[in-house]
Design a protein around this ligand. Structure first.
Ligand code: 3PG
Length: 393
């Protein structure tokens, strides 16, 4: 792919795909991370004499105009982040968008309405992609976090206009390549979350690529159950016992050490402040549930991390949204941050819950790289080609 810095943008209309799918409550943006992270790209386009025309989706309106999903409500937060006014066109294609683009002067920034208000966007309809392409001279994709979608604005456009990766896209691709494509070894992956069924492809890909795979969260319960240990009334997937055993067998073949919890934090229920106790991972009592990894597990993972050069992390290792069951995730996050600070570890994390957990532990900015992507990060970790990246060439 071509980088933004190598494109001639002077006087050009730069159709820039960004991800403005930000959390909102009562019409207010509650987390501006994604907005903040596109600022360098927009500033770079302006500095190079281009006209940034921002194209994005918001939520899942399924091809209908849904006023509560209008990108208009993002304008104030975008203006604040950019420190300049942003104009808005209430359609992303057609006459309205064309006249808004025609009216742009040097230094202007234009945001177009939600691409998903048109059903053709998600169908990657060629006529719709062509209508979008008429608005620009150059296409810049800065939405790594939407690159797993083969939509008109993420994939189709790259085939119609001279294209480049925005600064955030380039940063994401470089950081992820450093963590899994071409990493310094040993590599440790920490994978948590609730279901083995949603992360099967991920686990299968990782056992072939990493040296140590730490499995936490309710996913680990399925593995403990598959090994014949009691899991009380913990969340687990008994139907996937064979699959879990197959993953363990594959890891033996590839020489990947699978690290399962050695001790557990258990309680009667998942409730804030519920009375917790600590048990061996082989002894979960029948009337309790597993809600976090215990201190012995944290200490063993710390030993593994100390010998590692690269960490890639997706998914909390406990029920981190409910205290005190965030302790295991927080302790591991702190250890990873300390090792990163000391210069020994490249640490890369991604996925919505993971980033929320690292923020909760106050260490997100001490990781080498925190991806802005959720689903795209997971698909990339699964070893899949992302259509939005592939189309950039
Ligand atoms: C995200 O929020 O992960 C991206 O914006 C993609 O959104 P989607 O899952 O609705 O395609």
């Amino acid at each position: 792919w071509q980088s933004l810095e190598r494109m001639d943008l002077r006087g050009k209309r730069v159709l820039t795909r960004v991800d403005l799918n930000v959390p909102m409550e009562g019409g207010q943006v509650t987390d501006t991370t994604r907005i903040d992270r596109i600022v360098p790209t927009v500033q770079a386009i302006l500095a190079r004499g281009g006209k940034p025309i921002l194209l994005a989706h918001f939520d899942r309106p399924k091809g209908k105009v849904v006023p509560s999903m209008s990108l208009r409500q993002i304008v104030p937060a975008l203006e604040q982040a950019l420190g300049r006014p942003v104009s808005f066109a209430s359609d992303c294609a057609g006459p309205e968008a064309e006249s808004a683009v025609a009216a742009m002067k040097d230094g202007d920034v234009l945001l177009l309405e939600n691409t998903r208000f048109h059903a053709e966007e998600e169908k990657n309809d060629p006529a719709f992609a062509a209508a979008l392409a008429r608005l620009g001279d150059v296409y810049c994709n800065d939405a790594f976090s939407a690159a797993h979608r083969a939509h008109a604005s993420t994939e189709g456009l790259a085939r119609l206009l001279p294209s480049c990766a925005g600064l955030l896209m380039a940063e994401e691709l470089q950081a992820l390549d450093r963590a899994l494509g071409n990493p310094e070894r040993p590599v440790v992956a920490i994978v948590g979350g609730s279901k083995v069924s949603t992360k099967l492809e991920l686990l299968n890909n990782l056992v072939a690529k990493v040296d140590h795979l730490v499995i936490g969260g309710a996913m680990a319960n399925t593995f403990l159950h598959a090994q014949g240990y009691p899991v009380g009334h913990s969340l687990h997937e008994p139907d996937l016992a064979d699959t879990a055993r197959a993953i363990l067998a594959r890891a033996e073949e590839t020489g990947c050490e699978i690290v399962l919890p050695r001790d557990l934090v258990v309680a009667r229920e998942l409730a804030p402040g519920a009375a917790e106790s600590f048990v061996s991972s082989h002894d979960c009592p029948d009337d309790l549930m597993i809600l976090d990894v215990g201190p012995q597990t944290v200490s063993y993972v710390d030993t593994v991390l100390r010998q590692a050069r690269t960490l890639i992390w997706n998914g909390p290792v406990g029920a981190f949204e409910t205290q005190p069951f965030d302790a295991g995730t927080h302790a591991l996050a702190l250890k990873a941050a300390d090792l990163t600070d000391a210069g020994g570890l490249v640490s890369v994390a991604g996925g919505g819950d993971t980033v929320a957990a690292l923020n909760g532990a106050g260490v997100a900015d001490r990781f080498t790289y925190v991806s802005s992507a959720g689903g795209a990060f997971l698909e990339w970790m699964e070893g899949k080609d992302l259509p939005g990246v592939a189309a950039l060439g």
